[in-house]
Design a protein around this ligand. Structure first.
Ligand SMILES: [Zn+2]
Length: 456
């Protein structure tokens, strides 16, 4: 693939002299191209070097951390990690309560201007996060890394259905940019990008997609699911689509298979949160994810607080390495994920097998809590039983599970019995299964959709 670099200097075509911001991002990318192959121990040494700077800065300039961090920043080698694991976890409530005490009183030279973002989690109570230009530079480099990993053709057209801002990117016109946004366009000459508001009715989205004919589509997994199912009903398949990039929600089992069967396009998922940035990117060679060890330390911890082994599911604890403006040290993002085996692709960046969501997505049984773990086979089987457009499972009582369905038409008795039988086999004979057919399936306060939710 010829990489069409964007030259910012007059009369310099090749090799290109990219813009200042592009150069800075390229210098990070140059390193990321190498560090991705480093063995785990070497990555951890790099993280330790950066964490010690971060902790030292936080202890000196951030009131919240003045007495919270002890002497961790002075420790070295294994002693550092021992002391690290003694540090308390930081909850969303801690962040909300700390307010301005989490902000740095002094930022080192070169970290640039600050921008503020708000995130609304499942509780609906927002968390404010502040980030610096330096943080944004690292974020840009990972954005481009993701394009490079997945071999994208920069001259192609990128479409996004993600923004829910009122009045923005409305149907039928949507919005149009002559490039893919600053992170990529600072370095590469790109094709155009187009966007449409995610609240647009699904039929209008499909009409827009067939008119725009993008090569790549970026959207939320549940939106993709609805688009594919509706496109099958209407016989309107996006013709040029090569990949679908999913963000922001947990990727439901079966969606990858559905997208490749109906649209002949690969799903490439990214795991990030607004307050911490990128956490993991999908591997180019497998469906697993690689932690972005160069920009964040992600710990997966079991109920006893110890790091999980491959195959175990743990809480996702994140420390962004470069946000000195508002350091988050051992921040509990509220999700769970399963540790993966070392990836066959050879990258040293630790692998996670899947992301599982929040505690409220756990099934409660007499023996305790467990993940419902719906596999793509499970969902595939369910979808053969009845004309189901969308589904959601809710544990409404200790012994009752409600199966909520949006269907193309009312179910026959035989179909309904089939679904109930499927749910009993999946969740266990101790549960009574109720079927419900609401007009819409509910989302969390932040607009995310969850396929299993415990209401106890
Ligand atoms: Zn891999």
């Amino acid at each position: 693939m010829i990489m069409p670099f964007e030259s910012a200097l007059p009369d310099i075509a090749w090799p290109a002299a990219v813009s200042g911001r592009g150069m800075a991002s390229l210098s990070i990318l140059f390193q990321l191209e190498r560090t991705q192959w480093w063995p785990a121990e070497r990555l951890r040494d790099g993280q330790q070097a950066q964490l010690r700077r971060l902790l030292d800065h936080a202890a000196r300039h951030v009131p919240f951390y003045r007495r919270r961090l002890g002497k961790v920043a002075d420790a070295d080698g294994d002693a550092f990690w021992q002391a690290w694991r003694e540090l308390p976890l930081l909850t969303r409530q801690d962040v909300q309560r700390a307010g301005d005490d989490l902000l740095s009183r002094s930022l080192p030279d070169g970290h640039g201007e600050l921008t503020e973002v708000h995130t609304s989690g499942s509780t609906g109570k927002p968390v404010r996060a502040l980030r610096s230009d330096l943080w944004l530079l690292m974020w840009s480099a990972v954005t481009v890394r993701e394009h490079l990993w997945h071999g994208r053709d920069f001259s192609a057209k990128l479409a996004a259905i993600r923004d829910s801002t009122k009045g923005k990117a409305l149907h039928p016109a949507g919005e149009r940019l002559d490039n893919w946004g600053f992170s990529t366009a600072d370095i590469f000459r790109t094709g155009p990008s187009v966007s449409l508001n995610i609240t647009t009715p699904v039929d209008d989205q499909l009409e827009w997609l067939s008119r725009e004919e993008p090569d790549y589509l970026l959207t939320h997994p549940t939106m993709l699911d609805r688009l594919i199912r509706r496109s099958v009903e209407l016989g309107l398949r996006p013709k040029r689509l090569r990949q679908v990039l999913t963000i922001s929600e947990i990727l439901a089992p079966g969606l990858r298979e559905l997208c490749s069967a109906e649209w002949d396009a690969r799903v490439v998922d990214t795991y990030s949160t607004r307050e911490t940035g990128y956490l993991a990117l999908q591997c180019p060679d497998t469906d697993h994810y690689h932690l972005q060890s160069e920009t964040a330390l992600v710990e997966l911890l079991g109920p006893d607080g110890r790091p999980c082994a491959p195959g175990e599911i743990g809480r996702v604890i994140v420390t962004p390495l470069h946000n000195l403006a508002m350091p988050l040290v051992r921040y509990d993002v509220g999700d769970h994920a399963e540790v993966g085996d070392p990836c066959p692709c050879g990258r040293g960046l630790p692998a996670i097998r899947r992301i599982l969501g929040r505690r409220q997505n756990l099934l409660r049984t007499a023996e305790g809590e467990r993940w419902p773990l719906l596999s793509s086979d499970d969902i595939g089987k369910l979808l053969t039983l009845a004309p189901i457009r969308q589904y959601q499972f809710a544990q409404t009582h200790p012994d009752r599970i409600e199966v909520r369905l949006l269907t193309a038409r009312p179910l026959t008795d035989q179909e309904a019995r089939g679904v109930v039988g499927w749910a009993r086999a999946k969740f266990g004979g101790e549960f009574r299964i109720d079927l419900a057919f609401p007009a819409e399936l509910s989302r969390t306060a932040s607009g995310k959709f969850e396929d299993f939710v415990c209401l106890l």
